[in-house]
Ligand binder design. Sequence first.
Ligand code: GLU
Length: 430
Amino acid sequence: MSVHDNLPASNEAHLNGPLFLNAIQNFNEAAKVINCDPNIAERLRRPRRCLTVSVPVRMDDQSVKVFTGYRVQYNSTLGPYKGGIRYHQNVDLAEVVGLAALMTFKNSVLGLPLGGAKGGVCVDPTQLSRAEKQGLTRRYTSEISAFVGPNKDIPAPDVGTDPQTMAWFMDTYSNEQGGYAQPGVVTGKPVEIGGSLGRNHATGLGVIYVCERAMEMNQMKMAGSRIVIQGFGNVGSFAAKFAYERGARIVAVSDVSGGIFNGDGLNVPELIKYVKQTGGVKNFPNTQPLSNSQLLEVECDALLPCALENQIDTHNAEKIKTKIIVEGANGPLTNAATKILDKRGIFIAPDVIANGGGVIVSYFEWVQDIMSFFWEEQDVDAKLKGVILKAFDNVYKFKQEKNIDMRTAAMAASISRLEKAMLLRGLYPR
Ligand code: GLU
C-alpha cells in the first residue's frame, strides 16, 4: 500500500510500515498548520520504546511453538501509556509502531490524561484452542510485565483479543505481584473482576454518536439512512446494533467469512444471533453475497470501515459511493485516499475521534478501578457521549476555521496539546 500511495521510505524497517508512514505524513502536514516547534515534532515522529519478546506456548499436542510479541510505548507526556493488544497473523513491529502512534494522537485529541502504546502477538487466534490462547496470553503478559502496571502502561483489547484475554492478563500480572489483585493493570476486563459497565459496546456506540453528529452537520438523519459496515467484530457488530436501534438501514456488512447485502436493510438482532451460532455473516438468509471490495463500493449514506488498516487507498477511493465515512478501525484509509475523498466532498470522521469510544471508556474503567467505586451503565454511556462529541466539535470548528480536512484538523489539535505539555516538561536531562 505504501508503494502505491508513494510514501517515503525510512531505512529502519520498523519505522517503514504503511500505517506509520501514513500517520507521519498526516503529522507533518498538521505540524505545518499549527507551526509546531521543530524540536517537539522531531521527538513526536519516533516511538520512545519498542519491546520484542519471544512467547513459547505448549500446544495441545504437547509440542512447543514460539510466537513473537511486541509492546511499543510511543509517548508518555500526558500520562501512563495506554493502548490495546492485537492477536493477528499480520502483526509485526512496524504495524505495532503505527498503532502506538495512532493511540498517542488519539488519547491527546480526546483530552485524556494518557500516553500512547500498543501491543500485539503475531498469531492467528482462530487456530488456537482456549487452553493455547490462555497459555499464550499468560506468557506474553509475563514477558512484558516489567514494563506494564496501573501507573505505567495499561493494555486493553484490540483485534483478536477480548474481555477473557484481559482477565488472564490481569490474573497473571496480579500473581507476579505477590498475588494481590491489580485490576487497574488492564481495561476491557469482565465486570466481575473490575471491568466497567458499557466498556464492551463502547467503541461501537462511540462510532454511532460520531456518525449521528457527522450526519447532523451534513443535513442528514440517522433514521432511514443507508449504512454499510466493513467488519462485524466488537466494533462493527455494536455499531450495527446501535444504528439499527436508531432506525438506520444496514444494507451490507462483511467479516472474514465474506460480505452480505440486502437493499431493504438487514435484521441486525437476527444477524448477531446467526454470527454467534455460525461464526460469520456468510450465507445469512435473504441476502446476496458480496466480496470485500464490492462491499466498499455499495452506494450508501454512511460507510463505516470497522476492520483493519489500509482498506481504502488510491486504487478504490474513486469508486466509493457514500456521503460520510466514519472510521471505526484504526487507519482504514490511507492519507492519499483521504485527499481524494475529501476533494470529492465526502465527509470523513477520522479514526482518532470516531473509534475513541473504546479508550474513553477504558479511561473510565481505570478511574473506577483506582477508586474502587463503580458507575451505572447509563452514566458511562452519557459521559462517553460528552467526551467524544466535545472532541469532535472542537476539531470540526478548527477544520472550518483553517479550511482543512478533518484528519489534518484532528491531528493538529492532538499535536497542539502534546506540544504544550512537552514544552512544559522540557527535555530530560535538559
Ligand atoms: N484497542 C482500542 C483502540 O485502538 C482500545 C484501546 C484502549 O482501550 O486502551 O483504541
